[in-house]
Design a protein around this ligand. Structure first.
Ligand SMILES: *Cc1c(COP(=O)(O)O)cnc(C)c1O
Length: 357
Protein backbone atom coordinates (compact mmCIF):
# COMPACT_ATOMS: atom_id res chain seq x y z
CA UNK A 1 0.00 0.00 0.00
CA UNK A 2 1.20 3.53 -0.75
CA UNK A 3 2.42 5.25 2.42
CA UNK A 4 1.74 8.86 3.26
CA UNK A 5 4.67 10.00 5.36
CA UNK A 6 3.86 12.69 7.93
CA UNK A 7 6.83 12.07 10.23
CA UNK A 8 8.22 15.15 11.98
CA UNK A 9 11.87 14.29 11.41
CA UNK A 10 13.71 12.53 10.00
CA UNK A 11 11.03 12.86 7.43
CA UNK A 12 9.94 12.45 3.85
CA UNK A 13 12.45 13.15 1.09
CA UNK A 14 11.62 13.83 -2.54
CA UNK A 15 11.63 10.88 -4.91
CA UNK A 16 14.23 12.82 -6.88
CA UNK A 17 16.51 12.82 -3.82
CA UNK A 18 15.99 9.13 -3.11
CA UNK A 19 16.55 8.08 -6.74
CA UNK A 20 19.75 10.07 -7.14
CA UNK A 21 21.05 8.80 -3.79
CA UNK A 22 20.38 5.21 -4.81
CA UNK A 23 22.27 5.76 -8.05
CA UNK A 24 25.21 7.33 -6.21
CA UNK A 25 25.35 4.49 -3.70
CA UNK A 26 25.91 2.15 -6.64
CA UNK A 27 28.15 4.36 -8.75
CA UNK A 28 29.03 7.89 -7.73
CA UNK A 29 29.71 10.34 -10.58
CA UNK A 30 31.03 7.62 -12.87
CA UNK A 31 33.85 6.73 -10.46
CA UNK A 32 32.85 3.07 -10.30
CA UNK A 33 32.75 3.54 -6.50
CA UNK A 34 29.92 4.15 -4.09
CA UNK A 35 29.41 7.62 -2.57
CA UNK A 36 29.67 5.71 0.74
CA UNK A 37 33.25 4.64 0.11
CA UNK A 38 35.06 7.55 -1.47
CA UNK A 39 37.41 10.13 0.01
CA UNK A 40 35.86 13.42 0.98
CA UNK A 41 38.99 14.93 -0.61
CA UNK A 42 38.34 13.32 -3.99
CA UNK A 43 37.73 15.82 -6.78
CA UNK A 44 34.28 14.33 -7.34
CA UNK A 45 33.21 15.01 -3.76
CA UNK A 46 34.83 18.43 -3.46
CA UNK A 47 32.75 19.32 -6.52
CA UNK A 48 29.62 18.28 -4.56
CA UNK A 49 30.69 20.48 -1.66
CA UNK A 50 31.21 23.49 -3.92
CA UNK A 51 27.92 22.91 -5.68
CA UNK A 52 25.84 22.46 -2.53
CA UNK A 53 27.08 25.74 -1.04
CA UNK A 54 26.56 27.61 -4.32
CA UNK A 55 23.06 26.23 -4.86
CA UNK A 56 22.08 26.87 -1.24
CA UNK A 57 23.13 30.52 -1.71
CA UNK A 58 21.35 30.78 -5.04
CA UNK A 59 18.03 29.35 -3.83
CA UNK A 60 17.90 31.47 -0.67
CA UNK A 61 19.36 34.49 -2.45
CA UNK A 62 22.07 34.82 0.20
CA UNK A 63 23.99 38.10 -0.09
CA UNK A 64 27.78 38.33 -0.38
CA UNK A 65 29.69 38.10 2.87
CA UNK A 66 27.94 34.95 4.10
CA UNK A 67 29.18 31.36 4.10
CA UNK A 68 27.14 28.17 4.27
CA UNK A 69 28.71 25.42 6.37
CA UNK A 70 27.78 21.74 6.51
CA UNK A 71 28.69 20.28 9.89
CA UNK A 72 27.97 17.30 12.10
CA UNK A 73 26.41 17.39 15.56
CA UNK A 74 22.85 18.37 14.70
CA UNK A 75 21.05 21.60 15.50
CA UNK A 76 21.52 20.67 19.16
CA UNK A 77 25.27 21.28 18.89
CA UNK A 78 24.49 24.75 17.50
CA UNK A 79 22.62 25.48 20.74
CA UNK A 80 26.05 25.66 22.42
CA UNK A 81 28.22 26.65 19.45
CA UNK A 82 26.25 29.86 18.92
CA UNK A 83 26.77 31.27 22.44
CA UNK A 84 30.31 29.90 22.61
CA UNK A 85 31.23 31.97 19.56
CA UNK A 86 28.91 34.97 19.87
CA UNK A 87 27.85 35.52 23.49
CA UNK A 88 30.11 37.91 25.33
CA UNK A 89 27.94 39.13 28.23
CA UNK A 90 24.23 38.66 27.51
CA UNK A 91 21.89 37.45 24.82
CA UNK A 92 18.14 37.70 24.26
CA UNK A 93 16.05 34.61 23.48
CA UNK A 94 12.43 34.17 22.51
CA UNK A 95 10.98 31.19 24.35
CA UNK A 96 8.62 29.48 21.93
CA UNK A 97 8.93 25.84 22.96
CA UNK A 98 11.07 22.80 23.57
CA UNK A 99 13.85 23.63 21.12
CA UNK A 100 14.06 27.26 22.19
CA UNK A 101 14.37 26.05 25.79
CA UNK A 102 17.22 23.75 24.91
CA UNK A 103 18.98 26.64 23.18
CA UNK A 104 18.42 28.87 26.24
CA UNK A 105 19.84 26.24 28.58
CA UNK A 106 23.10 26.07 26.63
CA UNK A 107 23.40 29.85 26.27
CA UNK A 108 23.24 30.17 30.06
CA UNK A 109 26.52 28.26 30.22
CA UNK A 110 28.23 31.23 28.56
CA UNK A 111 26.51 34.34 29.86
CA UNK A 112 23.30 36.00 30.89
CA UNK A 113 20.14 35.11 29.01
CA UNK A 114 17.22 37.52 28.81
CA UNK A 115 13.99 35.78 27.89
CA UNK A 116 12.26 38.65 26.10
CA UNK A 117 9.03 36.76 25.59
CA UNK A 118 7.54 33.37 26.34
CA UNK A 119 4.31 31.53 25.59
CA UNK A 120 5.08 28.81 28.11
CA UNK A 121 2.05 29.68 30.29
CA UNK A 122 -0.22 28.73 27.37
CA UNK A 123 1.67 25.58 26.44
CA UNK A 124 3.36 27.45 23.57
CA UNK A 125 0.18 27.80 21.53
CA UNK A 126 1.23 31.17 20.11
CA UNK A 127 4.25 33.31 19.23
CA UNK A 128 4.86 36.06 21.82
CA UNK A 129 4.62 39.57 20.40
CA UNK A 130 4.95 43.14 21.62
CA UNK A 131 8.17 42.59 23.59
CA UNK A 132 11.26 44.71 23.18
CA UNK A 133 14.73 43.40 22.54
CA UNK A 134 17.33 45.28 24.62
CA UNK A 135 19.90 47.02 22.46
CA UNK A 136 22.84 45.98 24.62
CA UNK A 137 22.61 42.22 24.00
CA UNK A 138 25.12 40.39 21.83
CA UNK A 139 22.35 38.80 19.77
CA UNK A 140 18.67 37.88 19.70
CA UNK A 141 17.80 34.22 19.10
CA UNK A 142 14.54 32.90 17.66
CA UNK A 143 13.24 29.50 16.60
CA UNK A 144 11.30 30.23 13.42
CA UNK A 145 9.29 27.01 13.36
CA UNK A 146 8.35 25.21 16.54
CA UNK A 147 8.26 21.67 15.27
CA UNK A 148 6.67 20.24 18.41
CA UNK A 149 3.99 22.87 19.11
CA UNK A 150 3.15 23.81 15.51
CA UNK A 151 3.72 27.57 15.69
CA UNK A 152 5.80 29.50 13.21
CA UNK A 153 7.33 32.92 12.66
CA UNK A 154 6.89 33.49 8.94
CA UNK A 155 8.51 36.89 8.70
CA UNK A 156 11.98 38.31 9.17
CA UNK A 157 12.04 40.60 12.19
CA UNK A 158 13.71 43.97 12.27
CA UNK A 159 15.68 44.22 15.48
CA UNK A 160 18.51 46.57 16.32
CA UNK A 161 20.86 43.75 17.33
CA UNK A 162 22.37 40.67 15.72
CA UNK A 163 19.83 38.01 14.84
CA UNK A 164 20.34 34.27 15.16
CA UNK A 165 17.68 31.79 14.07
CA UNK A 166 17.10 28.06 14.36
CA UNK A 167 15.37 27.26 11.04
CA UNK A 168 15.66 23.48 11.32
CA UNK A 169 12.12 22.72 10.31
CA UNK A 170 11.12 25.49 7.94
CA UNK A 171 14.20 26.32 5.91
CA UNK A 172 13.32 26.47 2.19
CA UNK A 173 9.60 26.85 2.89
CA UNK A 174 9.64 30.59 2.16
CA UNK A 175 12.09 33.19 0.86
CA UNK A 176 14.15 34.53 3.79
CA UNK A 177 15.79 37.94 3.91
CA UNK A 178 19.12 36.53 5.04
CA UNK A 179 20.61 40.03 5.32
CA UNK A 180 18.56 40.50 8.51
CA UNK A 181 20.35 37.59 10.21
CA UNK A 182 23.91 37.06 11.31
CA UNK A 183 23.59 33.33 11.70
CA UNK A 184 20.95 30.78 10.70
CA UNK A 185 21.28 27.10 11.48
CA UNK A 186 19.34 23.88 11.38
CA UNK A 187 19.42 20.12 11.26
CA UNK A 188 18.90 19.03 7.66
CA UNK A 189 16.67 16.06 8.47
CA UNK A 190 13.40 17.95 8.00
CA UNK A 191 13.46 19.76 4.68
CA UNK A 192 16.73 18.67 3.08
CA UNK A 193 18.41 15.39 3.78
CA UNK A 194 18.64 12.28 5.92
CA UNK A 195 19.91 12.87 9.47
CA UNK A 196 23.57 13.65 9.96
CA UNK A 197 24.25 17.10 8.56
CA UNK A 198 23.62 20.55 10.00
CA UNK A 199 23.64 23.69 7.88
CA UNK A 200 24.97 26.98 9.23
CA UNK A 201 24.61 30.23 7.29
CA UNK A 202 27.03 32.64 8.87
CA UNK A 203 27.95 36.24 8.21
CA UNK A 204 31.71 36.13 7.99
CA UNK A 205 32.49 39.40 9.69
CA UNK A 206 30.85 38.41 12.99
CA UNK A 207 33.43 35.71 13.62
CA UNK A 208 36.56 35.79 15.73
CA UNK A 209 35.10 38.26 18.22
CA UNK A 210 34.42 35.97 21.16
CA UNK A 211 35.75 37.09 24.54
CA UNK A 212 39.54 36.94 24.62
CA UNK A 213 39.48 34.84 27.79
CA UNK A 214 37.29 32.17 26.27
CA UNK A 215 38.93 29.08 24.93
CA UNK A 216 36.94 27.81 21.97
CA UNK A 217 37.90 24.28 20.95
CA UNK A 218 38.91 24.00 17.31
CA UNK A 219 35.89 21.99 16.21
CA UNK A 220 33.51 24.38 18.00
CA UNK A 221 34.95 27.46 16.34
CA UNK A 222 33.01 28.58 13.25
CA UNK A 223 36.20 30.13 11.88
CA UNK A 224 37.75 26.66 11.57
CA UNK A 225 34.97 25.50 9.29
CA UNK A 226 34.79 28.75 7.32
CA UNK A 227 38.54 28.58 6.66
CA UNK A 228 38.38 24.97 5.48
CA UNK A 229 35.09 25.11 3.58
CA UNK A 230 33.48 22.57 5.96
CA UNK A 231 36.38 20.21 5.24
CA UNK A 232 38.45 20.64 8.40
CA UNK A 233 37.52 17.08 9.26
CA UNK A 234 35.46 14.46 7.45
CA UNK A 235 32.08 16.04 6.77
CA UNK A 236 28.89 13.93 6.65
CA UNK A 237 29.50 13.00 3.02
CA UNK A 238 26.32 11.08 2.23
CA UNK A 239 23.77 13.45 3.85
CA UNK A 240 25.51 16.34 2.08
CA UNK A 241 25.15 14.54 -1.23
CA UNK A 242 21.46 13.97 -0.46
CA UNK A 243 21.02 17.64 0.49
CA UNK A 244 22.43 18.65 -2.88
CA UNK A 245 19.86 16.44 -4.63
CA UNK A 246 17.03 18.05 -2.67
CA UNK A 247 18.28 21.52 -3.58
CA UNK A 248 18.40 20.49 -7.23
CA UNK A 249 14.83 19.31 -6.93
CA UNK A 250 13.79 22.67 -5.42
CA UNK A 251 15.38 24.40 -8.36
CA UNK A 252 13.71 22.07 -10.81
CA UNK A 253 10.21 22.70 -9.44
CA UNK A 254 10.72 26.46 -9.67
CA UNK A 255 12.62 27.57 -6.58
CA UNK A 256 11.58 28.68 -3.13
CA UNK A 257 8.68 30.95 -4.07
CA UNK A 258 7.04 28.02 -5.82
CA UNK A 259 7.81 25.77 -2.85
CA UNK A 260 6.15 28.31 -0.58
CA UNK A 261 3.05 28.40 -2.76
CA UNK A 262 2.77 24.60 -2.64
CA UNK A 263 3.41 24.50 1.12
CA UNK A 264 0.79 27.15 1.85
CA UNK A 265 -1.75 25.34 -0.28
CA UNK A 266 -1.12 22.04 1.53
CA UNK A 267 -1.44 23.68 4.93
CA UNK A 268 -4.63 25.50 3.94
CA UNK A 269 -6.26 22.23 2.82
CA UNK A 270 -5.55 20.61 6.19
CA UNK A 271 -6.35 23.61 8.42
CA UNK A 272 -9.62 24.17 6.53
CA UNK A 273 -10.58 20.55 7.17
CA UNK A 274 -9.73 20.88 10.86
CA UNK A 275 -11.70 24.12 11.19
CA UNK A 276 -14.73 22.59 9.47
CA UNK A 277 -14.64 19.46 11.60
CA UNK A 278 -17.02 18.43 14.36
CA UNK A 279 -14.40 16.09 15.90
CA UNK A 280 -11.04 17.77 15.45
CA UNK A 281 -9.71 21.10 16.67
CA UNK A 282 -6.39 22.89 16.09
CA UNK A 283 -4.19 23.59 19.13
CA UNK A 284 -2.55 26.82 17.94
CA UNK A 285 -3.80 30.39 17.56
CA UNK A 286 -4.73 30.73 13.86
CA UNK A 287 -2.39 33.68 13.19
CA UNK A 288 0.64 31.70 14.39
CA UNK A 289 -0.09 28.37 12.76
CA UNK A 290 2.85 26.57 11.21
CA UNK A 291 2.59 25.52 7.60
CA UNK A 292 5.12 22.75 8.30
CA UNK A 293 3.77 21.02 11.42
CA UNK A 294 0.02 20.98 11.87
CA UNK A 295 -1.02 20.12 15.45
CA UNK A 296 -4.58 19.14 16.25
CA UNK A 297 -6.53 17.08 18.79
CA UNK A 298 -9.99 15.63 19.20
CA UNK A 299 -12.48 17.93 20.89
CA UNK A 300 -12.90 17.05 24.60
CA UNK A 301 -16.19 15.18 24.05
CA UNK A 302 -14.51 12.89 21.48
CA UNK A 303 -11.15 12.55 23.23
CA UNK A 304 -11.42 8.79 23.61
CA UNK A 305 -11.54 8.41 19.81
CA UNK A 306 -7.95 9.55 19.29
CA UNK A 307 -6.49 6.08 19.39
CA UNK A 308 -9.17 4.80 17.01
CA UNK A 309 -8.40 7.53 14.52
CA UNK A 310 -4.70 6.70 14.57
CA UNK A 311 -5.54 3.08 13.79
CA UNK A 312 -8.02 4.10 11.11
CA UNK A 313 -5.47 6.44 9.49
CA UNK A 314 -2.99 3.58 9.51
CA UNK A 315 -5.33 1.50 7.36
CA UNK A 316 -5.14 4.29 4.75
CA UNK A 317 -1.34 4.20 4.68
CA UNK A 318 -1.03 7.35 6.79
CA UNK A 319 2.16 7.22 8.85
CA UNK A 320 3.64 9.48 11.53
CA UNK A 321 0.67 11.60 12.66
CA UNK A 322 0.77 10.73 16.35
CA UNK A 323 1.23 14.00 18.23
CA UNK A 324 4.30 14.73 20.33
CA UNK A 325 3.73 13.85 23.98
CA UNK A 326 3.85 17.53 25.01
CA UNK A 327 0.77 18.33 22.90
CA UNK A 328 -0.96 14.97 22.43
CA UNK A 329 -3.44 14.24 19.67
CA UNK A 330 -2.02 14.53 16.21
CA UNK A 331 0.74 16.28 14.35
CA UNK A 332 0.88 16.13 10.58
CA UNK A 333 4.21 17.36 9.26
CA UNK A 334 3.80 18.78 5.78
CA UNK A 335 7.42 19.19 4.78
CA UNK A 336 8.36 20.26 1.28
CA UNK A 337 8.64 16.74 -0.11
CA UNK A 338 5.16 15.70 1.04
CA UNK A 339 2.76 15.76 -1.93
CA UNK A 340 -0.58 17.55 -1.78
CA UNK A 341 -2.16 14.18 -2.62
CA UNK A 342 -1.04 12.83 0.78
CA UNK A 343 -2.69 15.77 2.55
CA UNK A 344 -5.88 15.02 0.64
CA UNK A 345 -5.75 11.38 1.74
CA UNK A 346 -5.48 12.55 5.37
CA UNK A 347 -8.37 14.98 4.96
CA UNK A 348 -10.53 12.26 3.37
CA UNK A 349 -9.67 9.91 6.24
CA UNK A 350 -10.72 12.58 8.75
CA UNK A 351 -14.04 13.10 6.96
CA UNK A 352 -14.71 9.39 6.63
CA UNK A 353 -13.94 8.84 10.31
CA UNK A 354 -16.15 11.75 11.29
CA UNK A 355 -19.07 10.37 9.28
CA UNK A 356 -18.82 7.14 11.28
CA UNK A 357 -18.89 8.86 14.66
C1 LIG B 1 14.58 18.81 15.09
C2 LIG B 1 14.90 20.16 15.64
C3 LIG B 1 16.07 20.39 16.40
C4 LIG B 1 17.01 19.29 16.79
O1 LIG B 1 17.80 18.92 15.75
P1 LIG B 1 18.95 17.81 15.94
O2 LIG B 1 19.59 17.84 14.60
O3 LIG B 1 18.28 16.53 16.29
O4 LIG B 1 19.86 18.28 17.02
C5 LIG B 1 16.31 21.68 16.82
N1 LIG B 1 15.47 22.69 16.53
C6 LIG B 1 14.34 22.49 15.82
C7 LIG B 1 13.43 23.64 15.53
C8 LIG B 1 14.02 21.22 15.36
O5 LIG B 1 12.89 21.01 14.66
Amino acid sequence: MKKHNFYAGPSILSQYTIDHCVDAIRDFAGTGLSILEISHRSKEFTAVMDEVEALFKELLDIPAGYRVLFLGGGASTQFCMVPMNLLKTKAAYLNTGTWANKAIKEAKLFGEVIEVGSSKEDNYTYIPKGYTVPTDVDYFHITTNNTIYGTEIREDYDVPVRMVADMSSDIFSRPVDVSKYDLIYGGAQKNMAPAGVTFVIVKEDILGQFPADRIVPTMMNYQTHVDKGSMFNTPPVFPIYAALQTLKWYKEIGGIKEMQRIDEEKAAVLYDAIDASRLFVGTVRPEDRSIMNVCFVMKPEYKELEKDFLDFAGTKGIVGIKGHRSVGGFRASLYNALPLASVKVLVEAMKEFEAKH
